[in-house]
Design a protein around this ligand. Structure first.
Ligand code: TTP
Ligand code: MG
Length: 364
């Protein structure tokens, strides 16, 4: 039954995760940091002992430094740790570059974090491992950052794949290898298994997927309630959760048409300002940010022109700034006389505001 369910799942799913994201960015931008143990966080000596490690490079990880560790503790396990304060604006800007690359491959994208997403590339005719290689190439080309990619037919396996050969690796788990992959997997690597579940498994003598596979669905339900079903099917390499396309909305825009054509710059500016205010309100309501602002102009002979401006980062949601940018574009298109019947302003290259970095430091 499980084998049948597995084989009937013909999706092509990629899970992409940038390696040691913040740390890799700082190593890219400061070559002197490339071979030292690096922790992204405040130096406790300079901040009255405060600070938390957001992430560490692989040299520091070998010494035992990890995300969410207090900076004092990090310094204790790795005395020569170099601290660099995080630059969230920079990471956010790179994140939107990376997410824009995802859109070159599919529109079915489930962003998980600034540096991580699931992509459903089933519709693409090319083989999934080829797409993974192309994606890694594009990310390297645009950002000079390495990532790890997992390729499989469901999200659980794709995610496990990207963790399997970190850093800078690709792991493909096709149907014929999936069951064995899950049987040998340590129980703590199953999705949703935290400290409490792990303790229960220890008591039950369950150490890996093979032990889990041997448990009946009823037994699993007795011990874990409805999570028992999830575990039962994970052990059988079966998981139907779709890539939740949370980036459906590719653009947010607004247009105005005019009964009588506009001929003066002041009216154009006023119209752009009104549009910008509406677009900003919409973006704020939906908690979105955009990298590309496109201006659309139609004249009274029904000729339509569009021109966009893309920033490396996202636009501030400021109607005055947007109006100025729109006027620059407008002046470029119509340096002299014009007769305008429609104006539009649209944001594209959209990301959700919640993928902005959350500062751990605010808690301290
Ligand atoms: P992760 O992808 O979990 O970690 P990573 O990219 O640093 O390392 P790798 O993927 O190679 O294991 O998180 C992405 C970024 O999010 C990370 O660089 C820093 C930030 N972050 C925090 O600020 N606090 C945290 O507790 C975690 C886990 C991540
Ligand atoms: Mg990462």
């Amino acid at each position: 039954m499980a084998e049948f369910l597995q084989a009937s799942d013909n999706r092509k799913i990629l899970h992409v995760d940038i390696d040691a994201f913040y740390a890799q960015v700082e190593m890219r931008d400061h070559p002197q940091l490339r071979h030292v143990p690096l922790g992204i966080g405040r130096d406790p000596d300079k901040h009255h002992g405060h600070g938390v490690i957001a992430t560490a490079n692989y040299v520091a990880r070998k010494a035992g430094v990890h995300s969410a560790m207090g900076s004092i503790e990090a310094k204790r396990v790795c005395p020569n740790l170099v601290f660099v304060a995080p630059d969230f604006d920079k990471y956010r800007q790179i994140s939107s570059q990376i997410h824009a690359i995802f859109h070159e491959f599919t529109e079915t994208i489930e962003p998980v974090a600034l540096d991580e997403a699931y992509l459903d590339v089933t519709e693409n005719k090319m083989a999934a491992p080829t797409l993974a290689a192309q994606l890694r190439h594009r990310i390297w080309q645009e950002t000079h950052l390495t990532c790890s990619v997992g390729v499989s037919y469901n999200k659980v396996l794709a995610k496990l794949g990207s963790e399997h050969h970190k850093p800078n690796g690709v792991t493909v788990i096709p149907h014929e290898l999936a069951q064995d992959f899950m049987l040998q997997l340590p129980i703590q690597d199953f999705r949703g298994v935290g400290k409490k579940t792990l303790l229960k498994f220890e008591k039950l003598g369950v150490k890996n997927g093979r032990d889990l596979y041997a448990m009946s669905l009823d037994d699993l339900r007795v011990h874990f309630g409805s999570f028992g079903d999830v575990l039962y099917w994970q052990a059988r390499a079966t998981h139907f959760s779709p890539v939740k396309d949370r980036s459906v909305r590719q653009s947010v825009g607004k247009e105005s048409t005019f009964e009588l054509a506009i001929h003066d710059r002041q009216s154009v500016e006023a119209a752009f300002k009104a549009l910008a205010e509406k677009v900003v309100a919409n973006m704020q309501k939906r908690k979105l940010l955009g990298r590309t602002l496109t201006v659309k102009i139609r004249d009274d002979e029904f000729r339509t022109q569009t021109k966009g401006l893309t920033l490396a980062g996202t636009f501030d949601l400021d109607p005055a700034f947007m109006t100025r940018q729109a006027m620059l574009i407008f002046d470029e298109i119509y340096p002299e006389d014009f007769s305008v019947r429609l104006l539009g302003l649209t944001f594209s290259n959209i990301i959700e505001q919640k993928y902005e970095a959350v500062s751990l430091f605010e808690q301290f």
